[in-house]
Design a protein around this ligand. Structure first.
Ligand code: NAD
Length: 468
């Protein structure tokens, strides 16, 4: 596999050159990005970019995260292409005005809403799905008729360099720019008056982004993370349950924002569940995952050390082997960590799965609800009543019953967090809405103009007004 080795650079937007956003603002002001035709052209060009460069994208993802080809297709390349196809198919409908009913007092007349683009958007991505996390917001921004600056994560260096190289070759360079870099470059970008800030990453930087957006009174979407719980009920199909948990947890070596962060199970089922879980890990990744090309690597040594430190003093029932030089950590299962341990306080974001036990279902729900609201919450159960209780009682960005990350495959399901896991949503129509302003329009007719609302007022007019 040839390596994408473009060095870290500010591709076509030096941070010292603040005028580049002016160029995008000028492009937006021409109105050209509003046309259906332009949006379709840019989306089609983006699709071509992905299709013609899929090998290079797979290669860059492998360099950054040891990501295998299947996972790259599933969660980055194929995922983005499917999203573009869905946008192209529905864009005309989304752009149409939506009729709103007109009350008696404003008749004759008609009311509707129309979606208008916000302007120039800033899209800041994270490193774990480094391609998809900037491309899918970009799809939504284009569909809604915006210009955009894209800032991929500096930690996934090869993918960032590739995006910076490809975007100007395919998209309208007067409307789209890629900026590479880390804190310094992002800080310079945040100081500029974007019309929309769209950020994916951790909550600390999320606060910085929100404060920057506040300076310009611009809308902000924060796609953050957190600890996503996974409850396993005794009444479940255990074979399928463990298969789906292993798939969702150890995909991308656990570095998935919606991966099950920890398992909650009733004490009585712990032994059987753990045994079946371990057997399934071996089945999917073999006895030595370090030799398995389907198993990824941790993004860098700093994150790998962070994860290894979480294991200190924990009861590891499977895995734990690591190789810091090669950024490798085995799929690892820990039982009964203390609720105060780093493992249970921080988002794990790696291949460690703690299992906590409880005496009953209400205790599990209570435990989830005493923590920050998660990005995703999972329950495996065949018990309809418990399923209903879970949906009703657990507040989370998304809930998936009897599966894990797969809910993201439905682009029509709005995706985003709640509370500390984020604000705002995207994917499909919700992405189009996120990058649009819903403009209300009322049109009155000159045909009839009731005197009732005009002075001089009278008791009779007041009585009529109250009636209407
Ligand atoms: P990261 O280190 O890549 O940072 C995210 C972005 O913030 C990068 O582009 C980076 O350059 C920028 N950044 C970093 N420090 C900055 C600063 N001081 N000022 C301005 N910008 C700065 O990613 P991360 O924060 O490690 O991301 C991991 C988190 O993201 C996890 O919590 C994960 O759950 C979450 N995440 C959420 C989603 C989602 O869709 N909700 C997806 C992926 C990851």
């Amino acid at each position: 596999m040839s390596e994408v080795s473009t060095p870290f650079h500010q591709a076509n937007f030096p941070s010292s050159n603040a005028t580049n956003i002016d160029e995008l603002k000028r492009t937006f002001a021409t109105g050209q990005t509003k046309s259906y035709q332009w949006r379709v052209e840019q989306l089609t060009a983006l699709k071509l970019l992905i299709e013609e460069n899929s090998k290079a994208i797979i290669c860059a993802l492998h360099t950054d995260l040891g990501k295998c080809e299947t996972e790259s297709w599933l969660a980055e390349i194929g995922y983005s292409v499917t999203d573009i196809k869905g946008n192209l198919k529905r864009l005309k409908t989304w752009m149409k005005p939506t009729k709103i009913s007109t009350p008696m007092i404003t008749q004759p007349g008609k009311c509707y809403t129309i979606s208008e683009p916000l302007g120039v958007a800033l899209i800041i991505g994270a490193w774990n799905y480094p391609f998809q996390l900037v491309i899918t917001p970009l799809i939504a921004a284009i569909a809604a008729g915006n210009c955009a600056v894209i800032k991929p994560s500096e930690l996934s260096e090869a993918t960032s360099a590739l995006i910076a190289k490809m975007v100007p070759k395919y998209l309208d360079t007067a409307a789209f720019k890629v900026v590479e870099g880390g804190k310094e470059e992002t800080t310079a970008l945040l100081a500029q008056p974007f019309d929309k800030y769209f950020y994916t990453g951790g909550d600390q930087v999320g606060r910085i982004v929100m404060a920057a957006a506040a300076q310009h009174l611009s809308p902000v979407t924060l796609e953050l993370g957190g600890k996503s719980p996974c409850v396993v009920d005794g009444d479940t199909n255990l074979d399928v349950t463990v298969r789906r948990i292993v798939w969702g947890k150890w995909m991308n070596a656990g570095q998935t924002c919606v991966a099950p962060d920890y398992i909650l199970i009733e004490e009585a089922y712990l032994a059987e569940f753990s045994q079946r879980l371990i057997a399934e890990i071996k089945k999917q990744y073999g006895k030595d995952p370090s030799q398995n090309k389907d198993y990824g690597r941790i993004i860098n040594q700093r994150h790998c050390s962070r994860l290894i430190n979480y294991l200190e003093g924990e009861n590891i029932i499977y895995g734990g082997k690591h190789d810091l030089d090669n950024k490798f950590l085995e799929p690892t299962v820990v039982v009964q960590p203390s609720a105060n341990s780093a493992l249970m306080k921080e988002e794990i974001f790696g291949p460690i799965l703690p299992i906590m036990t409880f005496n009953n279902k209400q205790q599990m729900l209570h435990f989830i609800n005493t923590k920050s609201k998660p990005l995703a919450a999972y329950v495996f159960t065949s018990n309809a009543q418990f399923e209903a209780e879970f949906i009703e009682q657990v507040s989370a960005g998304s809930i998936c019953i009897n599966d894990t990350n797969i809910f993201l495959a439905n682009h029509d399901l709005p995706f985003g967090g709640v509370g500390t896991s984020g604000m705002g949503q995207y994917h499909g129509k919700s992405g189009f809405d996120t990058f649009s302003h819903t403009k209300s329009v009322m049109k009155r007719s000159f045909k009839f103009d009731a005197a009732i609302r005009y002075a001089p007022f009278s008791q009779f007019k007041l009585m009529l007004l109250k009636k209407f």
